[in-house]
Design a protein around this ligand. Sequence first.
Ligand code: AMP
Length: 216
Amino acid sequence: MIIVLLGPPGAGKGTQAKKIEGEFGLTHVATGDLLREAVRRETSLGKQAQDFMLRGRLVPDRIILDLIKNKIRGGASGFLLDGFPRNIIQAEELDELLEAENKKLDLVINLEVNHNEVIDRLNGRVICPECGKTYNVDHFVDEPLVCKDCGSRLSQRSDDNPDAIEERLKVYLRHTLPLIDYYKEKGILLSVSGERSPQEVFHRIVDLLQRVEDVH
Ligand code: AMP
Protein backbone atom coordinates (compact mmCIF):
# COMPACT_ATOMS: atom_id res chain seq x y z
CA MET A 1 0.00 0.00 0.00
CA ILE A 2 1.10 3.55 -0.70
CA ILE A 3 -0.50 6.16 1.51
CA VAL A 4 -0.20 9.94 1.84
CA LEU A 5 -0.91 11.61 5.19
CA LEU A 6 -2.31 15.08 4.62
CA GLY A 7 -3.21 17.79 7.11
CA PRO A 8 -2.02 21.13 8.50
CA PRO A 9 1.17 21.42 10.56
CA GLY A 10 0.39 20.14 14.05
CA ALA A 11 -2.42 17.84 12.90
CA GLY A 12 -0.56 14.82 14.28
CA LYS A 13 0.74 13.38 10.98
CA GLY A 14 4.11 12.35 12.47
CA THR A 15 2.53 10.80 15.56
CA GLN A 16 0.04 8.78 13.50
CA ALA A 17 2.67 7.83 10.92
CA LYS A 18 4.84 6.21 13.60
CA LYS A 19 1.88 4.16 14.82
CA ILE A 20 0.70 3.20 11.30
CA GLU A 21 4.14 2.14 10.06
CA GLY A 22 4.44 -0.35 12.92
CA GLU A 23 0.94 -1.76 12.48
CA PHE A 24 0.97 -2.09 8.67
CA GLY A 25 4.68 -2.59 7.94
CA LEU A 26 4.94 0.50 5.74
CA THR A 27 8.09 2.57 5.28
CA HIS A 28 7.57 6.02 6.80
CA VAL A 29 8.97 8.77 4.58
CA ALA A 30 8.75 12.20 6.22
CA THR A 31 10.28 14.96 4.10
CA GLY A 32 10.48 17.28 7.13
CA ASP A 33 12.50 14.67 9.09
CA LEU A 34 14.79 14.02 6.12
CA LEU A 35 15.38 17.76 5.73
CA ARG A 36 16.02 18.31 9.46
CA GLU A 37 18.53 15.45 9.39
CA ALA A 38 20.27 17.05 6.37
CA VAL A 39 20.40 20.40 8.22
CA ARG A 40 21.80 18.72 11.33
CA ARG A 41 24.50 16.96 9.29
CA GLU A 42 25.23 20.22 7.43
CA THR A 43 25.02 18.55 4.01
CA SER A 44 24.70 20.72 0.90
CA LEU A 45 20.99 19.79 0.76
CA GLY A 46 20.62 20.88 4.39
CA LYS A 47 22.34 24.19 3.67
CA GLN A 48 20.01 24.86 0.74
CA ALA A 49 16.90 23.99 2.75
CA GLN A 50 17.68 25.55 6.14
CA ASP A 51 16.62 29.12 5.51
CA PHE A 52 13.28 28.16 3.91
CA MET A 53 12.52 25.89 6.86
CA LEU A 54 13.39 28.45 9.52
CA ARG A 55 11.04 30.94 7.89
CA GLY A 56 8.25 28.39 7.49
CA ARG A 57 8.38 28.50 3.69
CA LEU A 58 8.29 25.53 1.34
CA VAL A 59 11.69 24.24 0.29
CA PRO A 60 11.90 24.44 -3.55
CA ASP A 61 10.22 21.55 -5.36
CA ARG A 62 13.44 20.58 -7.20
CA ILE A 63 15.18 19.80 -3.88
CA ILE A 64 12.20 17.92 -2.46
CA LEU A 65 11.66 15.86 -5.59
CA ASP A 66 15.30 14.75 -5.68
CA LEU A 67 14.98 13.72 -2.07
CA ILE A 68 11.78 11.75 -2.57
CA LYS A 69 12.85 10.09 -5.85
CA ASN A 70 15.73 8.40 -4.07
CA LYS A 71 13.37 7.03 -1.47
CA ILE A 72 10.68 5.75 -3.84
CA ARG A 73 12.70 4.36 -6.75
CA GLY A 74 13.36 0.69 -6.37
CA GLY A 75 12.71 0.92 -2.63
CA ALA A 76 10.12 -0.76 -0.46
CA SER A 77 6.71 -1.52 -1.97
CA GLY A 78 4.69 0.01 0.87
CA PHE A 79 5.09 3.66 1.81
CA LEU A 80 3.58 6.16 4.13
CA LEU A 81 4.33 9.65 2.87
CA ASP A 82 4.20 12.32 5.57
CA GLY A 83 4.64 16.00 4.63
CA PHE A 84 4.82 15.21 0.91
CA PRO A 85 3.27 16.28 -1.41
CA ARG A 86 2.82 19.86 -0.18
CA ASN A 87 1.50 21.41 -3.42
CA ILE A 88 -0.11 20.42 -6.73
CA ILE A 89 3.20 20.31 -8.62
CA GLN A 90 4.61 17.82 -6.12
CA ALA A 91 1.40 15.75 -6.29
CA GLU A 92 1.61 15.56 -10.09
CA GLU A 93 5.29 14.63 -9.91
CA LEU A 94 4.44 11.91 -7.38
CA ASP A 95 1.83 10.47 -9.77
CA GLU A 96 4.42 10.36 -12.57
CA LEU A 97 7.09 8.90 -10.36
CA LEU A 98 4.80 6.12 -9.17
CA GLU A 99 3.53 5.40 -12.68
CA ALA A 100 7.12 4.98 -13.90
CA GLU A 101 7.62 2.41 -11.13
CA ASN A 102 4.32 0.62 -11.90
CA LYS A 103 3.04 1.70 -8.51
CA LYS A 104 0.02 3.74 -7.54
CA LEU A 105 -1.20 5.81 -4.67
CA ASP A 106 -3.87 3.82 -2.82
CA LEU A 107 -5.12 6.28 -0.27
CA VAL A 108 -4.79 9.81 1.09
CA ILE A 109 -5.70 10.25 4.75
CA ASN A 110 -6.61 13.84 5.55
CA LEU A 111 -6.28 14.68 9.25
CA GLU A 112 -8.69 17.51 10.06
CA VAL A 113 -7.84 19.87 12.93
CA ASN A 114 -9.19 23.41 13.28
CA HIS A 115 -6.96 26.46 12.91
CA ASN A 116 -6.89 27.57 16.59
CA GLU A 117 -6.21 24.07 17.88
CA VAL A 118 -3.29 23.75 15.47
CA ILE A 119 -1.79 27.07 16.64
CA ASP A 120 -2.08 25.98 20.30
CA ARG A 121 -0.51 22.61 19.56
CA LEU A 122 2.44 24.08 17.63
CA ASN A 123 3.15 26.77 20.22
CA GLY A 124 3.25 24.18 23.01
CA ARG A 125 5.00 21.41 21.12
CA VAL A 126 8.25 19.93 22.45
CA ILE A 127 10.12 17.11 20.77
CA CYS A 128 12.50 14.39 21.81
CA PRO A 129 15.68 14.86 19.73
CA GLU A 130 16.50 11.15 20.12
CA CYS A 131 13.29 9.26 19.33
CA GLY A 132 11.20 12.02 17.71
CA LYS A 133 8.28 11.65 20.13
CA THR A 134 6.28 14.85 20.55
CA TYR A 135 4.63 16.24 23.69
CA ASN A 136 2.84 19.38 24.80
CA VAL A 137 4.55 21.49 27.47
CA ASP A 138 1.22 21.70 29.32
CA HIS A 139 1.68 18.05 30.32
CA PHE A 140 4.86 18.86 32.28
CA VAL A 141 3.63 21.19 35.02
CA ASP A 142 5.97 20.13 37.84
CA GLU A 143 8.10 17.64 35.94
CA PRO A 144 11.41 18.00 34.10
CA LEU A 145 11.08 18.32 30.30
CA VAL A 146 12.40 14.88 29.42
CA CYS A 147 11.11 12.17 27.08
CA LYS A 148 8.97 9.59 28.90
CA ASP A 149 10.24 6.85 26.56
CA CYS A 150 14.00 7.47 26.39
CA GLY A 151 14.75 10.11 29.03
CA SER A 152 16.32 12.64 26.61
CA ARG A 153 15.84 16.36 27.20
CA LEU A 154 12.94 17.71 25.12
CA SER A 155 13.31 20.81 22.97
CA GLN A 156 11.27 23.04 20.71
CA ARG A 157 11.59 22.79 16.94
CA SER A 158 13.29 25.90 15.55
CA ASP A 159 10.27 26.56 13.31
CA ASP A 160 7.75 26.23 16.17
CA ASN A 161 7.93 29.97 16.93
CA PRO A 162 5.02 32.39 16.36
CA ASP A 163 6.33 33.96 13.12
CA ALA A 164 7.23 30.68 11.45
CA ILE A 165 3.97 29.07 12.65
CA GLU A 166 1.96 31.88 11.07
CA GLU A 167 3.86 31.51 7.80
CA ARG A 168 3.54 27.71 7.78
CA LEU A 169 -0.21 27.96 8.22
CA LYS A 170 -0.46 30.52 5.40
CA VAL A 171 1.62 28.24 3.18
CA TYR A 172 -0.63 25.31 4.11
CA LEU A 173 -3.82 27.19 3.18
CA ARG A 174 -2.41 28.50 -0.06
CA HIS A 175 -0.42 25.54 -1.39
CA THR A 176 -1.38 22.34 0.44
CA LEU A 177 -5.13 22.69 1.04
CA PRO A 178 -5.88 22.46 -2.73
CA LEU A 179 -4.60 18.87 -2.56
CA ILE A 180 -7.81 17.91 -0.77
CA ASP A 181 -9.82 18.56 -3.94
CA TYR A 182 -7.07 17.08 -6.10
CA TYR A 183 -7.33 13.75 -4.29
CA LYS A 184 -11.10 13.94 -3.80
CA GLU A 185 -11.47 14.06 -7.57
CA LYS A 186 -9.31 10.96 -7.85
CA GLY A 187 -11.62 9.23 -5.34
CA ILE A 188 -8.84 8.27 -2.91
CA LEU A 189 -9.31 10.84 -0.11
CA LEU A 190 -10.52 9.82 3.34
CA SER A 191 -10.88 12.50 6.02
CA VAL A 192 -10.47 11.71 9.71
CA SER A 193 -10.93 14.10 12.63
CA GLY A 194 -7.53 14.72 14.23
CA GLU A 195 -9.07 16.44 17.24
CA ARG A 196 -9.45 13.33 19.38
CA SER A 197 -6.70 11.65 21.40
CA PRO A 198 -3.82 10.17 19.32
CA GLN A 199 -4.99 6.67 20.24
CA GLU A 200 -8.58 7.34 19.15
CA VAL A 201 -7.43 8.87 15.87
CA PHE A 202 -5.19 5.86 15.31
CA HIS A 203 -8.05 3.39 15.91
CA ARG A 204 -10.17 5.22 13.36
CA ILE A 205 -7.34 5.11 10.81
CA VAL A 206 -6.71 1.40 11.44
CA ASP A 207 -10.40 0.77 10.89
CA LEU A 208 -10.32 2.60 7.55
CA LEU A 209 -7.10 0.94 6.42
CA GLN A 210 -8.40 -2.54 7.24
CA ARG A 211 -11.44 -1.88 5.08
CA VAL A 212 -9.21 -0.70 2.23
CA GLU A 213 -6.98 -3.78 2.62
CA ASP A 214 -10.08 -6.02 2.46
CA VAL A 215 -11.09 -4.39 -0.84
CA HIS A 216 -7.60 -4.96 -2.36
P1 AMP B 1 7.31 19.26 8.55
O1 AMP B 1 8.20 18.54 9.49
O2 AMP B 1 6.58 18.36 7.60
O3 AMP B 1 6.42 20.24 9.26
O4 AMP B 1 8.26 20.14 7.61
C1 AMP B 1 9.12 21.13 8.15
C2 AMP B 1 9.55 22.08 7.05
O5 AMP B 1 10.29 21.36 6.05
C3 AMP B 1 8.41 22.76 6.28
O6 AMP B 1 7.92 23.91 6.94
C4 AMP B 1 9.12 23.10 4.97
O7 AMP B 1 9.98 24.21 5.12
C5 AMP B 1 10.00 21.85 4.75
N1 AMP B 1 9.28 20.80 3.99
C6 AMP B 1 8.91 19.58 4.44
N2 AMP B 1 8.30 18.89 3.47
C7 AMP B 1 8.27 19.68 2.39
C8 AMP B 1 7.75 19.55 1.07
N3 AMP B 1 7.13 18.42 0.66
N4 AMP B 1 7.90 20.60 0.21
C9 AMP B 1 8.52 21.72 0.59
N5 AMP B 1 9.02 21.93 1.82
C10 AMP B 1 8.91 20.92 2.71
